[in-house]
Design a binder for this molecule. Structure first.
Ligand code: FES
Length: 106
Protein backbone atom coordinates (compact mmCIF):
# COMPACT_ATOMS: atom_id res chain seq x y z
CA UNK A 1 0.00 0.00 0.00
CA UNK A 2 1.05 3.57 -0.69
CA UNK A 3 0.46 6.30 1.88
CA UNK A 4 -0.51 9.71 0.52
CA UNK A 5 -0.53 12.88 2.63
CA UNK A 6 -3.18 15.28 1.38
CA UNK A 7 -3.96 18.80 2.50
CA UNK A 8 -7.43 19.63 1.28
CA UNK A 9 -8.73 22.95 -0.02
CA UNK A 10 -9.72 23.97 3.54
CA UNK A 11 -6.25 23.22 4.90
CA UNK A 12 -7.24 19.98 6.64
CA UNK A 13 -4.62 17.24 6.50
CA UNK A 14 -5.63 13.69 5.63
CA UNK A 15 -3.71 10.48 5.18
CA UNK A 16 -4.97 8.16 2.46
CA UNK A 17 -3.84 4.77 1.24
CA UNK A 18 -3.70 3.76 -2.40
CA UNK A 19 -2.72 0.82 -4.56
CA UNK A 20 0.30 0.76 -6.84
CA UNK A 21 -0.77 1.08 -10.48
CA UNK A 22 -3.85 3.16 -9.73
CA UNK A 23 -4.56 6.76 -10.71
CA UNK A 24 -3.80 9.07 -7.81
CA UNK A 25 -7.04 10.91 -8.57
CA UNK A 26 -9.17 7.86 -7.75
CA UNK A 27 -7.95 7.71 -4.17
CA UNK A 28 -8.43 11.43 -3.59
CA UNK A 29 -11.84 11.45 -5.28
CA UNK A 30 -13.02 8.41 -3.35
CA UNK A 31 -12.15 10.27 -0.14
CA UNK A 32 -14.47 13.08 -1.30
CA UNK A 33 -11.66 15.62 -1.62
CA UNK A 34 -11.75 16.30 -5.39
CA UNK A 35 -14.55 15.79 -7.89
CA UNK A 36 -12.72 14.17 -10.79
CA UNK A 37 -15.66 15.05 -12.99
CA UNK A 38 -14.20 13.80 -16.28
CA UNK A 39 -13.24 10.45 -14.82
CA UNK A 40 -9.52 10.95 -15.32
CA UNK A 41 -9.36 12.17 -18.92
CA UNK A 42 -7.45 15.41 -18.18
CA UNK A 43 -10.39 17.41 -19.47
CA UNK A 44 -12.13 18.93 -16.42
CA UNK A 45 -9.37 20.31 -14.21
CA UNK A 46 -11.19 19.44 -11.00
CA UNK A 47 -8.33 17.23 -9.83
CA UNK A 48 -5.68 19.98 -9.85
CA UNK A 49 -3.16 19.58 -7.03
CA UNK A 50 0.14 21.11 -5.96
CA UNK A 51 2.69 18.37 -5.40
CA UNK A 52 5.11 19.10 -2.56
CA UNK A 53 8.40 20.22 -4.06
CA UNK A 54 10.33 17.30 -2.59
CA UNK A 55 8.07 14.87 -4.44
CA UNK A 56 7.44 16.67 -7.70
CA UNK A 57 10.25 15.09 -9.73
CA UNK A 58 9.03 11.61 -8.83
CA UNK A 59 5.62 12.28 -10.36
CA UNK A 60 7.10 12.53 -13.85
CA UNK A 61 6.38 14.87 -16.74
CA UNK A 62 3.01 16.46 -17.35
CA UNK A 63 1.17 14.80 -20.22
CA UNK A 64 0.40 16.91 -23.30
CA UNK A 65 -3.34 17.05 -22.56
CA UNK A 66 -2.58 17.89 -18.94
CA UNK A 67 -0.42 20.81 -20.01
CA UNK A 68 -3.23 22.21 -22.17
CA UNK A 69 -5.74 21.77 -19.33
CA UNK A 70 -3.50 23.53 -16.82
CA UNK A 71 -3.00 26.38 -19.29
CA UNK A 72 -6.73 26.84 -19.59
CA UNK A 73 -7.10 26.84 -15.78
CA UNK A 74 -4.62 29.69 -15.42
CA UNK A 75 -7.38 32.28 -15.77
CA UNK A 76 -9.23 30.77 -12.81
CA UNK A 77 -6.62 29.52 -10.33
CA UNK A 78 -2.93 29.84 -9.59
CA UNK A 79 -0.89 27.36 -11.58
CA UNK A 80 2.47 26.66 -9.97
CA UNK A 81 5.56 24.87 -11.22
CA UNK A 82 4.44 21.93 -9.08
CA UNK A 83 0.87 21.85 -10.40
CA UNK A 84 -0.40 18.51 -11.66
CA UNK A 85 -3.70 16.95 -12.58
CA UNK A 86 -3.64 14.03 -10.20
CA UNK A 87 -5.55 11.87 -12.69
CA UNK A 88 -2.40 11.84 -14.81
CA UNK A 89 -0.24 10.34 -12.06
CA UNK A 90 -0.10 6.57 -11.88
CA UNK A 91 1.08 5.52 -8.45
CA UNK A 92 4.14 3.37 -7.88
CA UNK A 93 5.62 1.89 -4.73
CA UNK A 94 8.21 4.67 -4.59
CA UNK A 95 5.40 7.21 -4.25
CA UNK A 96 4.85 5.95 -0.69
CA UNK A 97 4.75 9.09 1.47
CA UNK A 98 3.77 11.42 -1.42
CA UNK A 99 2.58 14.77 -0.13
CA UNK A 100 0.36 17.27 -1.93
CA UNK A 101 -2.11 20.11 -1.48
CA UNK A 102 -5.38 20.21 -3.36
CA UNK A 103 -5.70 23.26 -5.62
CA UNK A 104 -8.47 25.84 -5.32
CA UNK A 105 -11.76 24.35 -6.43
CA UNK A 106 -13.14 25.59 -9.76
S1 FES B 1 -10.28 14.07 -13.34
FE1 FES B 1 -10.72 15.55 -14.84
S2 FES B 1 -8.82 16.46 -15.25
FE2 FES B 1 -8.35 14.96 -13.79
Amino acid sequence: MINIHVTDADGAKKELTAISGSQLMNTIRDAGIVEGTCGGMASCGTCHVYIDENWYALTGERTEDEGYMLESLEELVEIKATSRLCCQIILREDHDGLSLTVGPQI
